[in-house]
Design a protein around this ligand. Structure first.
Ligand SMILES: Cc1cc2nc3c(=O)[nH]c(=O)nc-3n(C[C@H](O)[C@H](O)[C@H](O)COP(=O)(O)OP(=O)(O)OC[C@H]3O[C@@H](n4cnc5c(N)ncnc54)[C@H](O)[C@@H]3O)c2cc1C
Length: 381
């Protein structure tokens, strides 16, 4: 440990697990330590409500946690900075501006972004969410307003791609010349039960949104997606909802990472290469199994992370995280309906949307949110 009176615990990134960690700091006694939350931005999004922000069901403020206020309420120092590396020899976090911050224990919960599988410079990824929301409220091109055809292509048909497509349809349904197309190398909602895939397909086709299955994009030229079968799809705007990808800095640091670049952890959520480094949520990957990149896991990991950091401060044995084999998935259809699934159970309808809305609002009610109209993303076209 460093020579300070109290050990320093640095929480890098304000993801779901760290937000819940801070709530625990308010409620539970911890061993003496100085807690510092580092986040690239003051506000962090709750992704469960993002489709609702796109469709206009929620404001941006309702779906974001005010991390600075939360840290203040948790007696934790808040530092607005972007992490760009870890010097594990010196036990220092490195920031984009070159500054460094020393830690005794480091926890990383910086999430993921979307894989840029093609070189389409004019495309936008859904994550990080703030640039996506800024893109969304840009003025629409004149020719859509004049009822000339406009194609919005979404690459990727996992939960994010499917929910965002339906939410965009809801937002722009008054623009009759706007066509929304989903492009996927396989089918939709890979990994979900066939019944859920069928329900989602029906909901998408009701909108109507066009789905191009088995369209494996291998290239892009002149605003046209080209498949391995040489099919072509011209587009005016392209959104990447491709699979989760890590930032580059973890693999460029000396932390052990998976071949994809996610931080490898054991069941204690501890880096397999550095005992005093923890990682959780999308940025982490277990060495023994691969979990879906889903906010549910980041939420479930928070109690174990909190317990293990306290245990490490007290030099006690760490406890393993016990992953759930199944979890509840609630997909918004953006029209006041939603699809629920858990294991082999699935259903859909308006009551499911009300249930999802209740769960999401209850989750957010724990946290301080930005003041009304303090974010710039609420405008529509
Ligand atoms: C449209 C959409 C809908 C989704 N819906 C759901 C859903 O309904 N349920 C579900 O379980 N999952 C959902 N997901 C998946 C979910 O978004 C992620 O799995 C989840 O956000 C991961 O949480 P996390 O805690 O790991 O990190 P995040 O929630 O991504 O948070 C990471 C935080 O770290 C900060 N950060 C990032 N990089 C740095 C850096 N270098 N320095 C400092 N700070 C940094 C970010 O600003 C952010 O505050 C959805 C995803 C999308 C795109």
């Amino acid at each position: 440990m460093t020579n300070t009176i109290q050990p320093t615990v640095v929480l890098a990134g304000g993801g779901h697990a760290h937000a819940l960690f801070l709530k625990r700091l308010q409620k539970k006694q911890t061993p003496p330590a100085h807690f510092i939350l580092v986040s690239a931005s003051r506000y962090t999004p709750y992704s469960g409500m993002l489709p609702g922000v796109i469709s206009g069901q929620y404001t941006a403020e309702q779906s974001h946690i005010d991390l600075e206020l939360l840290a203040h309420e948790s007696k934790c120092t808040f530092l607005k900075a972007t992490v760009s590396g870890v010097d594990t020899k010196a036990n220092e976090l490195i920031f984009l501006n070159g500054d460094r911050l020393q830690y005794d224990i480091l926890s990383i919960n910086t999430g993921s972004t979307q894989a840029r599988v093609i070189d389409a410079k004019d495309s936008i990824t859904i994550k990080p969410i703030r640039p996506f929301l800024s893109w969304l409220v840009q003025p629409l091109p004149e020719h859509i307003k004049q009822n000339e055809s406009f194609i919005l292509a979404i690459m990727g048909a996992g939960a994010a791609g499917v929910e965002v497509a339906m939410a965009l349809h809801q937002r722009f349904k008054h623009l009759h010349s706007l066509e929304i197309h989903i492009v996927t190398a396989q089918g939709i909602l890979k990994g979900y039960p066939p019944k859920v895939q069928k329900m989602a397909k029906e909901e998408i086709e009701r909108k109507p949104i066009k789905i191009h299955t088995h369209f494996r994009v291998t290239g892009v030229k002149d605003k046209t997606l080209i498949s391995d079968q040489n099919d072509h799809l011209p587009y005016d705007s392209l959104i990447l909802a491709t699979s989760a990808a890590p930032a580059r800095w973890p693999s460029e640091s000396s932390l052990a990472t998976s071949p994809d670049g996610f931080i490898q952890v054991n069941l204690m959520l501890q880096s397999v290469s550095h005992d005093n480094v923890f990682a959780c949520g999308d940025v982490a990957e277990f060495t023994h199994s691969r979990q879906a990149k889903s906010g549910v896991y980041a939420v479930r990991q928070a109690p174990t992370l909190f317990q293990n950091i306290c245990n490490m401060l007290e030099k006690k044995t760490l406890k393993p995280y016990r992953p759930q084999s199944q979890f509840l998935s609630l997909l918004s259809c953006a029209d006041g309906r939603a699809i629920a699934s858990k294991g082999c159970f699935s259903t859909r309808g308006r009551l499911i949307w009300l249930w999802k809305d209740w769960i999401d609002q209850r989750f957010m009610a724990q946290f301080p949110v930005p003041a009304t109209d303090s974010m710039e993303f609420n405008g529509s076209d």
